[in-house]
Design a protein around this ligand. Structure first.
Ligand code: GLV
Length: 319
């Protein structure tokens, strides 16, 4: 029996699967586990099942000890894990790709509709108790049909968002480190562009790339200047891909028309400038937040941990 530390609350089915084979120490407090408590609990762990709110760095790996074999993140993004530090210690790091693709694309498309059709503004207006009535020019938004969606990062979630956009009659352009399957590109009628061309062409820019040094502040003042003043920015990837202060300025100065954000630069803090603006829709990192998706993510993380503990290749190794 190995010792498995789970750093936060996860669906019971995943815990049961782990408990059937191992000694599981799971944090079930209402708040996130604090750093000190986490460092204390990981001591002697053979596996750590981590949530994206916990930083898994060299200090933590050393606090765990040399028997640690696997860090199984319950997320597709793994910017909370120092992967080179894991590799240097022979620890396998895993994530949960695939199972959250559709849920995250749904939220991206929800933000596209909310921002372009001003749903947040309408909701706030009604709840404020202000008088309103139907009017020819009341809360007019922008249509999607015939518009161009620019996807930055054309992996699984980018492609799933593109499929939704195609069903809405949109044109698709994308920027991606690597060429995508030509059959998928043909089916979507998607054209690959450089980022600056994509920004200048798109009516909506949706971010789906991973976060890392190469994508830190990928979208900042220069990129907002390159976008159409009628364009919208959607971010369901990671907050620091966007320079939030520059986004506030672009939204305030009418450099772009609006934005929809599920992630924030200094999560869970939100730039105070964003809170004052009506042309941005703000939701609290809900990309994968469905019962079905979170269960599938936790089960995949459990499978990853169990595979490594039994000396097998995990279903979703990071590298
Ligand atoms: C959520 O943000 C994830 O990376 O899974």
């Amino acid at each position: 029996m190995s010792r498995v530390v789970v750093t936060g609350r996860v669906p019971e089915t995943a815990l049961e699967k782990l408990r059937a084979e191992h000694d599981v120490d799971d944090w079930s407090g209402p708040e996130s586990i604090g750093r000190e408590e986490l460092l204390r609990r990981v001591a002697g762990a053979d596996a750590v099942v981590s949530l994206l709110t916990e930083r898994i760095d060299a200090e933590l790996l050393d606090a765990a000890g040399p028997q640690l074999k696997v860090v199984a993140n319950v997320a597709v993004g793994y910017d909370n894990i120092d992967v080179p530090a894991c590799t240097a210690r022979g620890i396998v790091a895993t994530n949960t790709p695939g199972v959250l693709t559709e849920a995250t694309a749904d939220i991206a498309f929800g933000l596209i509709l909310s921002a372009t059709r001003r749903l947040g503004e309408g909701e706030r207006l009604i709840r404020s108790g202000q008088a309103w009535k139907w009017g020819m020019f009341f809360l007019l938004g922008s249509s999607l049909q015939g518009k161009t969606l620019g996807i930055v990062g054309m992996g699984g979630i980018g492609q799933a968002t593109a499929r939704r956009a195609k069903a809405f009659g949109m044109e698709i352009v994308y920027q991606s480190r690597s060429e995508i399957d030509p059959r998928v590109a043909a089916e979507l009628g998607a054209r690959r562009l450089e980022l600056d061309e994509l920004l200048a062409t798109s009516d909506i820019v949706s971010l789906h790339c991973p976060y890392g040094p190469a994508t830190h502040h990928l979208i900042g003042a220069g990129q907002f200047a390159a976008m159409k003043d009628s364009a919208y920015l959607i971010n369901t990837a990671r907050g620091p891909i966007v320079d939030e202060a520059a986004l506030v300025a672009a939204l305030r100065d009418g450099q772009i028309a609006g934005a929809g954000l599920d992630v924030f630069e200094k999560e869970p803090s939100v730039h105070p400038g964003l809170l004052e603006l009506d042309n941005v829709v703000l939701v609290p990192h809900l990309g994968s937040a469905t019962v079905e998706t979170r269960t599938a993510m936790a089960m995949l993380a459990a499978d990853n941990a169990l595979a490594v503990l039994s000396g097998e290749r995990p279903p979703a190794p990071i590298a």
